[in-house]
Design a protein around this ligand. Structure first.
Ligand SMILES: Cc1cc2nc3c(=O)[nH]c(=O)nc-3n(C[C@H](O)[C@H](O)[C@H](O)COP(=O)(O)OP(=O)(O)OC[C@H]3O[C@@H](n4cnc5c(N)ncnc54)[C@H](O)[C@@H]3O)c2cc1C
Length: 412
């Protein structure tokens, strides 16, 4: 997850949440010395010190560091790449505790097989596509078939999820009563919002009814977030849908309003370098997701420090930060102006406690559900012919509602 600090702004009641691969790009700068956007490439004083673990780290002059990004997962690397692209002269360093970049991204290749043990795809939004193009991977991008159905297991049968509006009346995952309830709710004929921040379950049951929740949203939350929809915040997990009701009085009202606003607003031209995905789809790369962190890391070169584990952070009187690392060469101290933490929130909580107990308490409340990924290969002849579409195994995985009595969250 991306948690960035100088002054730490955590809402006290923040719930949630599984971090997302999609848009890791916000950061603050120090309130003591802010550089306005119009002033390019601020150069800041900093230093790197190296010393043995037996004695306190000593500072020696070195190249100045403007920003230290802690964590070499996809969030940290995308932030570093965005900074390096927009501020070519800024000195950005990425520090990663492990001896490889990528964090959760774990692509494996062996015996002719290529598989993912962590995330398997991303949504090809424009910010993600910008990262792909900037890292030189445009030609390696692979987009899924937008017509490949997704399936939900319901009453012992895999049922396709509607992919487009015209599928809505015909799909057999929901009853006619459930579809009518969802339609009325989407139009705004449903109980008004309560005064508190709703969970995904509360919001969906109230707006779209029990069937949409139990047969579509609950399996989606289990399969994608491995999370409990009664605890996930609607606003945080599905902010775009939450905003529709807030802005338009209902989901459909909000959709029309959003379309009107989009058509009325003058849009900046789309970056012509970006590929245009057809329909709703997902993306990866020819050699798996690991290509993205590997490519960004290769471009950043020696600005990426592997096996550097951050062990403490302190704030100096100058307003700068001093970071202390355990590295293969001993204890190293790095002084910098701005720090971006993209490490798991429980690690950030411990590191930030000396600076802000409130931030540490808030960060300690995020729940990280344990997930096991198992990869299995079958020969094509083992698939029953009635499971094939036009003789092919077509589809983008299956999701399993917890109510269906199977222990797996889904399959891809
Ligand atoms: C099984 C699984 C399947 C998933 N499937 C998908 C999917 O299909 N699509 C999708 O969009 N998302 C998916 N996700 C979520 C996605 O993987 C994460 O949102 C994303 O990888 C988070 O990236 P990150 O860089 O924020 O964090 P991480 O990947 O956790 O990276 C954090 C990095 O910080 C480093 N670090 C930790 N402590 C320190 C320290 N003290 N000093 C220095 N470095 C430190 C870690 O070693 C790590 O490399 C999945 C997640 C899992 C676990």
């Amino acid at each position: 997850m991306v948690s960035v600090f100088n002054e730490i702004l955590f809402p006290p009641n923040q719930t949630l949440l599984r971090p997302s691969l999609h848009s890791p790009t916000s950061f603050f700068t120090s309130p003591t010395r802010k550089f306005p956007r119009s002033r390019p490439n601020p150069i800041l004083r900093c230093s790197i010190a190296e010393e043995s673990t037996a004695s306190p780290p000593k500072t020696r002059d070195s190249a100045p560091v403007d920003c230290v990004v802690v964590g070499g997962g996809v969030s940290g690397l995308c932030i570093a790449q965005a900074l390096a692209t927009k501020h070519a002269n800024a000195n950005v360093v990425v520090t990663e505790a492990r001896d490889r970049v990528g964090g959760n991204i774990t692509t494996m290749e062996r015996d002719g097989y290529l598989w993912e043990e962590g995330p398997n795809s991303f949504q090809p939004s424009d910010p993600m596509l910008t990262m792909v193009v900037d890292s030189g991977l445009k030609d390696e991008l692979v987009l899924g078939d937008p017509d490949a159905p997704r399936f939900v297991l319901w009453n012992r049968k895999l049922r396709p999820v509607p992919g487009k509006l015209t599928d809505l009346p015909f799909f057999d995952l929901m009853s006619i009563g459930g579809k009518i309830r969802a339609g009325f709710g989407a139009l705004g004929i449903r109980p008004p919002p309560p005064g508190h921040e709703e969970s995904v379950e509360e919001f969906v049951r109230r707006n779209l009814g029990d069937e949409v929740f139990e047969r579509l949203i609950e399996p989606f939350c289990s399969g994608v977030y491995a999370g409990d929809p009664s605890k996930l915040s609607m606003k945080a997990a599905f902010g775009k849908v939450w905003k529709l009701e807030k802005n338009g009085g209902s989901i459909i009202g909000g959709t029309f309003k959003a379309i009107q606003e989009r058509n009325g607003a003058s849009k900046p031209p789309r970056d012509p370098r970006l590929p245009k995905p057809k329909g709703q789809t997902v993306g990866s790369f020819r050699k798996g997701l690991t290509m993205l962190p590997d490519a960004i890391s290769a471009r950043l070169g020696n600005k990426v420090k592997l096996s550097w584990k951050l062990s403490s952070i302190s704030k100096l009187d100058s307003g700068e930060y001093s970071l202390t690392y355990e590295t293969p060469e001993g204890v190293v101290s790095l002084q910098c102006k701005t720090v971006v933490l993209t490490i798991p929130s429980y690690v950030a909580s411990t590191l930030l406690r000396p600076l802000s107990a409130a931030a540490a308490d808030a960060l300690s409340k995020f729940y990280y559900p344990p997930v096991a990924a198992v990869s299995i290969s079958y020969p094509k002849e083992a698939i029953r012919s009635e499971c094939l579409i036009d003789g092919e195994l077509k589809g983008f995985g299956q999701l399993h509602p917890r109510s269906q009595g199977v222990e797996t969250l889904g399959e891809y």
